[in-house]
Design a protein around this ligand. Sequence first.
Ligand SMILES: *Cc1c(COP(=O)(O)O)cnc(C)c1O
Length: 962
Amino acid sequence: MLTGRRNKEFPQLRDVVYLDHTGATLPCVSQLDAFQRDLRNNLYGNPHSRSASSSLCSETVDQVRFRILKHFNTTAEKHTVIFTSGCTGALKLLAETFDWTGQTGSCSAGDGSTQSDHQNGVQCKDRQMGTFAYLQDNHTSVIGMREVAHSRGAKSMCFTSKGIQEAMNRPDGHSDSGNHSTAKDHATLHTQEATLSPTSQQRVTNGPLASSPCNLFAMPAQSNFCGRKYPLAWIERIKCKGLSGCHGNWYVVLDAAALVSTSPLDLSECKADFITISFYKMFGFPTGLGALIVRNSAANVLVKEYFGGGTVMAYLATENFNKPRTSVAERFEDGTIPFLDIISLRHGFDALDRLGGGMNDICEHTFTLAKQVHNALYEWKHDNGSPIAVLYCHNHFVSIHDQGPIINFNLLRATGQYIGYAEVERLAALHDIHLRTGCFCNTGACQQYLNISNEKIKANLDAGHVCGDDMDLIDGLPTGSIRISFGYMSNQSDVDRFLAFIKSTIKVSAAPSTLIPSSSTSSSDSSLKEVSRSSVLSTQSQLPMATAVLSSSTSTKSISSTRPSGIPDTCTSSESASKSSDCSPSASLSLAASSPPATSTSLSSPPISVPPESQTDIPMHGSDNTDAQFPQPSLNGNNLAAKTDSGISQTVQTSGPTEIDAAGPRLTAIYLYPVKSCGAMEVSEWELTDAGLKYDRRWMVVNEGGVYMSQKRIPKLCLIRPVVDLQTKQLVLTYPDMRSFSLPLETVPLETNETTLCQGKVCGDRVKTIDCGDEVAQWLTEVTGQHCRLQKQAEDHQRASKLAQGDDSKSSALSLANVSHYLLINKSSTTSLLNAIHQHAHEDNTETTTVSTLDNLIRRFRANLVVDGCDTYDEESWSELSIQGQAFKVKGRCNRCQMIGIDQGSGEKSTETLSALSAVRGKRIFFGMHIMNSPDLRNGFKLRTGDIIEVLQRCPSVETSV
Ligand SMILES: *Cc1c(COP(=O)(O)O)cnc(C)c1O
C-alpha cells in the first residue's frame, strides 16, 4: 500500500508501528465511512419482522453470506455461514452441538462395530463414545472444546504435529505414540442429569441406537503462535482413514481465524467440515462477530438443543415440544443476529477488494515483510558472535505455503541470557511499537516451542504466574515470548522501524544490567527460586488426556425433528410462493407512457366507466372461493380498444358470451421485461428460448449491497424502459428526460474476472449474475437517486422452476423470473376487473380512480402474454395449450401482491387494484396464469400477436397457487 494511501486510510497508524495483526488487524477509513453511509441511507429493520425494512435487512444479510462464501471460493450449495460472536463462539457452538455419540445416526455409515474393539487401544473401546482429537498447537478456544466433549461423554486426545503424522500413517494400528493419555478424572463423571436436556430425553425415548460415534479432529489452519501453516491435506486423510483406529466417522474443524487474515482459503479444495473465523482479524471491524462455516453435507452431525428467538418453527411453552427450523443457518443463529455488524462486513470485504490483488497479494506482501524480520533476527549476532534471538519457528520462512507473517521469538543478551519479554515490551512501547507478548492464548504451542513441561506450568502457577501477567522469566527461563505479526496495511517502514528498535535494544542489553525501569520479572525473583530449572528442560510436554464416560441412555437416536435438512436456505415451492414478493418475474406488464421504443406499440384505450347496474354475475372458474361473484362487464356501447395482429388498434368487444371470438382465444399482445421489475417492451413477434421469451428478465437492478431492487423498493423502476435492439445487439435503457444508455446484449463487459461475478437472490434461490459495470451503475444511480447496479444473469446459469416436476425438469430453466416462463392474462378477465374497480370507486363515492383505463390495468399485471377472445376467467381452466402447433403447459394461477398497485406509467402507488381484486376474488388474490414451455420447444420458435391459442386440455379447477 502506497504511503500516501496508507496515511489516508489508516490515520491511526500515523506515528506508531503496529505489529499485532494476529491479535486484531485494523479497519480503514473508507470502510468505516462506507458503513456509516450505508446506515444513513438504508432503513434496516429487525430481520425477524416482515416489513419492507426487515426484508431489506435480511436480504442484505443473505448477500453478505454469499460474499463470505465467495471470498472463500465456495457457494451456498456447498457451505452455510452461521454467524457467531467470534471464532471462539463458533468453536463453542460446534462443541456444544456436535453429535459426539452418534445419536443422530449421521455417523452410522461407519464400518460396523465388531472389527475395532480388539485392535484399538483403551481410548476406543467403547464404541458409543466419540473422540475429540486436536493438535497441541491450537488456540485456547479450541482446547476448551475438550471440556464440552468430556461432559457429553466423548474422549479426547492431544497430538503434536509429529504425533498426528504418525497416527495418520497408522490408521488402524495401536496408537502407541504416547500422545494421548488415559482418563482424566475431572472430566469423567458428570452427572447424568446434567446432560439430560429435554431434547436428549426425547432422544432417549426414541429408541435404540445407533450407530457409530462421531469423532472430531481440530487443527489450526495457521498457528496463532508461530504462524506455521498446517497442511490442509491432513484433513482429507483423517476424514478418510481416521486416527489411531478410533471407530466411527471423522469430522474435521479447521480453526482458520489466524490464517484468513492474510491468506486465501479455498473451501472448494479444503475438505474440512467446519471452519471457524473472526472478522476483526480480517479487516478490523466489527469485533464480536465471527462465523462457523459448515459444509452442508456435515450439517446433520450438529444437534440443536437450546432454542431461542428465530430458530424454531414452532414450540410450546407448556409442553416439551419444539421443531427447529430446517435451514442450517436459521437453526443455529439464536436470537436476533447482529445485523448491522453483519451488514458492515460488506464494507470490510470491499476494503480488501480495493487493494486489487486479492488475498494472494496480501499473503505475499505480508510474508515478504515478515521474512525480512525473521532473517534479521536469525542472522544478526552480538559483537561476541552469539545470537541475538531464539526463534520459535517451524521452517524458517522457507515457503509461503507453510508459514504466515508471524514471527515468534525471545531476545538474548550477549551472555546468552534471555531478555524477559515484558522488558522488551516496555522498550518497544518507548518506540511506539505495538507487539504481543506472553503465550498468545496458545499454551500448547508455547510449551512445545519453549520446552515447558506441564509440571512447570503448574509450578509457575503456584508461584504466582498466570496468563497475561508480566512474569516473563522464571529462573532465567522465559514463561512466554514475543510475537510480531503483519497485516495487509503493514509496510516497509514498519519493518525498518522494528529492526532499528531491535538494534538499539540489543545494544542496550549488551550491558549486564538493563536500563529499563523496574520490572517485577527479574530472573532472580527469590520467590520463584525453588522452581527447578530441570523441570523446564523436561522433555516434550504432553497435555493430559481425558476420558469421559456417559450413561448409554443418552446415546440414543435423536428425534427426527431435530435433524437438519441437508440443504439450507432453499425455499420449497410453497414457501417461495408465499414469499414471492412480486409474482413478478413472470408477473406483470408494464409500458411506460413516455417514450415507447420503436419496436413496440403502446396500448391505448379510452377511459371506460361501466354503470354498476349493467353488470351481471357469473360463476367463476377454478376459484377456490366459490362465494365470490364476478361482475361481468357489459358492453353497452363501451367497446375497448385492443390490438390486432397487425398491430393496429381497432375496437373489439371484450367480454360477454356473445362476444367470444368464434376462432377461440388469440394472442393480442406480447411483452417482455428485459430488466426485471423495469418497464415493458411490447413486441409483435418474438423468439422463445428454454427460459421463456428471449431476453426476458435477463437483467436486474441491485443495490450497493447486491440486494435485488424491485418496484416495491424503487417504484420509479417502472419508468426505465429497456429496449432490446436486435439489429445493433444493444440493450437500450431509456428514462424520461434522461439520455438513454446502451450496453451490449451479449458481450457483457465481463473481463472473466471473478470479482465481477456476484450472486443474486431471487425468491430464496440463488442466481449467478454478472455485474454490468460502473457506467450503467452510474446511470441507474442518477435515475433512481439510490446507489444501484445492473446485473445480468450468467449465461451458464440455469435456474429451475419450482413448478416443474418430473418430465418437465428439462424444460424448466428460468430466467430471473420467479416462477414460470410466461405470465398470461386474459383481456376479458381484466376488463371485468376494471369494471369492479370502477364499481368500487362508485360505491365509495370516489370520483376518480387511478386505474382509469384497461391499458393502465393490463400494464399493472406485467404479463408476458395477453389473450383475448374467450370468456372471463376462462383461462383458469386451461391446462395445456397449443400455439402454432407448439405445446405449452399451464402451471397454475398467479398469486398477486402489492406490485399491481403501482401505476406502470407513472410509478405512483395506490391500493385500489389490489383491494378490488381481493374483493372480487377472495383472500388469495389470483390473477393470470403461469405458463411453461413443453420440453420439445422448437428451435427458433416465435410467438406472434394474432396467434390462435388452442386449448388442448382443461381441468375444471386449477388449484396450484403460486
Ligand atoms: C484469534 C484466534 C482465535 C479466537 O478468536 P476470537 O475472535 O477471540 O474468538 C481462535 N483461533 C485462532 C487461531 C486465532 O488466531
